[in-house]
Design a protein around this ligand. Structure first.
Ligand code: AMP
Length: 144
């Protein structure tokens, strides 16, 4: 399955982004309100300047305490995150996420943010694919 199909099956709702310079406390609120685990950091909603995961906030809280909540996300986010294209295969995306130990991947086309896929989206797509393959093989064996 291609990333394009995953985005389509999710129903396109856009990507939640935050601007560099946002307070960490505001980012934490947005993550909670939207029930998501990661936000793309973008100056204009098009460029991918970074990614902020709930893990970044938890790690910084553990390392530096609650004062980080009144600081900006700029020193916490991951700059230049690994991105994928609509035409990438879901299994290749899953491999990159597993090897890189991250669960979010912005989807970019011509340098512009067009979506985001999570490890949950990719695993769901892969399970569907495997189930369809199993049904097709069973059909062939049973002679349907
Ligand atoms: P995650 O598992 O996606 O919540 O994030 C784990 C760590 O990887 C955090 O430090 C994130 O900022 C970072 N991260 C998340 N997504 C990406 C990505 N696509 N490329 C590089 N780093 C990422």
């Amino acid at each position: 399955m291609l990333v394009q199909q995953i985005l389509k099956s999710k129903g396109y709702e856009g990507v939640f982004t935050i601007k560099p310079g946002t307070l960490t406390s505001d980012a934490a609120k947005l993550l909670t309100e939207k029930k998501i685990g990661g936000l793309v950091v973008s100056r204009d909603g098009k460029s991918v300047d970074g990614i902020l995961s709930e893990r970044d906030i938890v790690r910084t809280l553990a390392a530096r305490g609650g004062t980080c909540l009144t600081e900006t996300i700029d020193g916490i986010m991951t700059e230049n995150p690994v991105c994928c294209a609509r035409s990438d295969r879901s299994d290749a995306v899953l491999t990159r996420m597993t090897e890189g130990r991250f669960r979010h991947m912005p989807v970019v086309e011509d340098g512009v943010l067009v979506g985001i896929v999570t490890i949950g989206d990719v695993v769901k797509a892969r399970l569907q694919e495997l189930s369809m393959e199993k049904d097709a093989l069973q059909g062939m064996i049973m002679g349907h």
